[in-house]
Write a protein that binds this ligand. Structure first.
Ligand code: B1M
Length: 224
């Protein structure tokens, strides 16, 4: 990994958003995730390499959170730094294709505010030729159902990062399937597995954005 990409990872882990950000104290005046990402892209670092460094950094800060070495404010700053990086990477994942493969409604389930993984899935799915309707975070079942009714034949993606919100995910899957049984639903997020996805009645599970794309492409071919 190049030195600059390494530094981006450090900025994510430390929550250093940009040069003017006063946080963290010992990095005041230094370039942050924002400026370094621009530079890295100018120096031909690949978006995938940058993304990997960011995901690794998120994992590191998550592990430190588990050990009570950092707390929610530090996680929030890391997330803000990650958003700054993603703003620059988005164009690389966006597609120029005119004819869309279909519609994909995505959201993080009720009670869950984590949106970085969900946003990555949105970006990559969109970049692979799908129209994405992103409902955001803390999405109640009724909101998913209204969006599906407004966009019939859409595929649906649910994201959850907390073991406690996996239950809300299961009830959302159940309610969508009971009201709109033909809806195809894929679920994902760190606490999930193929087994838990099957158990909650979802049609698919992906551990990463590319897996979601493969699932959608395969299902849309089968439908046509
Ligand atoms: Co939270 N948090 N957090 N947090 N947070 C975790 C998830 C945690 C594992 C940290 C830890 O303890 N080690 C832990 C959950 C434990 C558990 O339930 N098993 C946790 C906790 C406990 C909490 C709070 C309860 C803390 C508190 O308040 N005491 C609280 C809950 C708030 C709420 O949601 N109601 C909370 C809050 C937050 C912040 C708001 C501060 C912030 C989120 C900010 C934001 O998202 N805008 C935050 C963060 C940043 C994290 C960690 C550090 C990083 C998450 C992340 O963005 N990862 C996280 C620790 C960790 O993950 N190691 C943690 C990077 C992202 C790219 O990965 O989201 O997994 P991920 O997405 C992946 C895949 O999962 C997959 O593709 C993505 C890209 O590869 N994927 C899909 C995701 N969705 C998919 C959907 C698909 C397919 C694939 O198809 C539809």
């Amino acid at each position: 990994m190049s030195e600059i990409v390494d530094k981006i990872g450090i900025c994510i882990e430390r929550g250093k958003i940009n040069k003017v950000s006063p946080y963290p104290n010992d990095m005041q005046g230094e370039e942050g995730a924002d400026e370094l990402t621009v530079k890295a892209l100018e120096q031909q670092s690949g978006p995938d390499e940058i993304l990997k460094a960011c995901n690794d950094a998120m994992k590191r800060i998550g592990d430190r959170f588990s050990k009570n070495e950092v707390f929610v404010p530090e996680l929030l700053m890391a997330a803000k730094a990650m958003h700054a990086v993603m703003d620059h990477l988005k164009p690389f994942f966006q597609s120029g294709s005119v004819k869309k493969k279909g519609k994909f409604i995505i959201g993080t389930v009720a009670g869950d505010l984590h949106d970085i993984g969900k946003n990555l899935v949105s970006m990559v799915v969109e970049g692979n030729g799908w129209e994405v309707i992103d409902l955001g975070v803390d999405v109640k079942t009724t909101k998913f159902i209204s969006a599906i009714k407004e966009n019939p034949e859409s595929f649906v993606g649910l994201s959850a990062l907390l073991t406690t919100t996996m239950g809300n995910m299961a009830s959302t899957v159940k309610e969508i399937k009971s009201q709109l049984p033909n809806t195809i639903i894929i679920v994902g997020g760190a606490p999930l597995s193929k087994e838990s996805a099957e158990k909650m009645g979802a049609d698919g599970y992906a551990s990463n954005p590319q897996g979601a794309v493969s699932f959608l492409n395969e299902k849309s071919i089968n439908q046509n």
